[in-house]
Design a protein around this ligand. Structure first.
Ligand SMILES: NC(=O)c1ccc[n+]([C@@H]2O[C@H](COP(=O)([O-])OP(=O)(O)OC[C@H]3O[C@@H](n4cnc5c(N)ncnc54)[C@H](OP(=O)(O)O)[C@@H]3O)[C@@H](O)[C@H]2O)c1
Length: 296
């Protein structure tokens, strides 16, 4: 019986699903998701291959649900080797959660933040905490700019929660919310690496994965993408697949390098974030403001 346990958020689709299936070969997987039927399906697939999985219901946009999920995970008393904060959304029509907070900021940043802080004291020394982020946070990232992104537009945690971003952002609705929430998440990974040296924090830019459900693309367009993507993949360096992203994530959380505070690209090579993200003061400000916001 494998002794390691891996927590994967968002295991019901795309990169998270491929990661859960890959990690099941290395130990028990705790599947953390919002849809019980989809969780049951992925759990059945893992268990039918003779591997072990547990499922925990969690809506990452709802902090009470996240805290309850953390409690349930701790109660399982499994030897946690890694937490993979993968779940995320990109909304073309920004919504608010029940508490009136911007849905992207809540799901992509606040939820993983609360989950990580609740679990961290219960993780053994050397455990991995990995955040799946996005290079669209960098306003100088050429493919992201070409797609219409203008980088993270962080004003403050309070402003992000209200759905307000630095002026001069993207024309496409939802892009600033997504880029800013992923920037906040990346800043958190880097700040936590300095704050909690007994754990290993990392962040991964998983590459462009157009075949996942991110962005709720309309079904006809998705079909077109599924047909065209294989033709272009060899020519576009940043293009990836959920399986490849899963391999990169699995390598990071199963190696013994002991490295912390590293941001990896779609091939698992260290990369640099935006100028802002490289500034430890910015990283610490995001964490401090997020804590203050959550305390209220
Ligand atoms: N695809 C890309 O090109 C790309 C590029 C850069 C970064 N990323 C990042 O990669 C990660 C995975 O994205 P993906 O492309 O695999 O997208 P996906 O196929 O849409 O998967 C997203 C996962 O997150 C879960 N999720 C969404 N909202 C949630 C909530 N409120 N509570 C709990 N779970 C929730 C979804 O659950 P349901 O199945 O219930 O909807 C699903 O399992 C995200 O963090 C994304 O930002 C993706």
């Amino acid at each position: 019986m494998p002794s390691k346990t891996f927590i994967v958020t968002g295991p019901t689709s795309g990169i998270g699903r491929a990661t859960a299936l890959a990690l099941a070969k290395h130990g028990t997987v705790i599947l953390v998701g919002r849809d019980p039927n989809k969780l049951a399906e992925i759990r059945r697939i893992i268990e039918s291959s003779g591997q072990r999985a547990e499922s925990v219901i969690c809506d990452l946009s709802d902090m009470a649900s996240v805290r309850a999920a953390a409690k349930q995970i701790i109660g399982l008393k499994l030897p946690i080797a890694a937490l993979i904060n993968n779940a995320g959304i990109m909304q073309m029509r920004p919504k608010k959660n029940a508490a009136g907070c911007d849905m992207s900021f809540a799901t992509n940043h606040l939820g993983p933040f609360v989950l990580t802080e609740a679990l961290a004291p219960h993780l053994p020394d050397g455990a991995d905490v990995l955040f799946v982020v996005s290079a669209v946070e960098d306003p100088e990232r050429k493919p992201a700019v070409a797609a219409g992104f203008r980088g993270g537009r962080f004003i403050s945690a309070q402003a992000s929660a209200r759905g307000e971003w630095k002026p001069g952002g993207a024309k496409r609705v939802g892009f600033d919310a997504y880029a800013t929430s992923k920037q906040a998440s990346l800043a958190t990974a880097m700040a936590f690496a300095r704050e909690m040296p007994r754990l290993r924090f990392s962040a991964v830019e998983p590459g462009l994965n157009p075949t996942t459900n991110l962005g709720n693309v309309n079904p006809v367009l998705r079909l077109l993408v599924l047909v065209l993507v294989p033709l272009f993949r060899p020519f576009i360096k940043i293009m990836s697949t959920p399986e490849r992203a899963a391999r990169v994530i699995t390598d990071i959380v199963t190696n013994d390098s002991g490295k912390t505070g590293v941001y990896y690209d779609e091939r698992g090579r260290p990369m640099q974030g935006s100028v802002q993200i490289r500034d430890p003061q910015f990283q610490d400000r995001v964490v401090a403001e997020t804590r203050a916001f959550l305390a209220n």
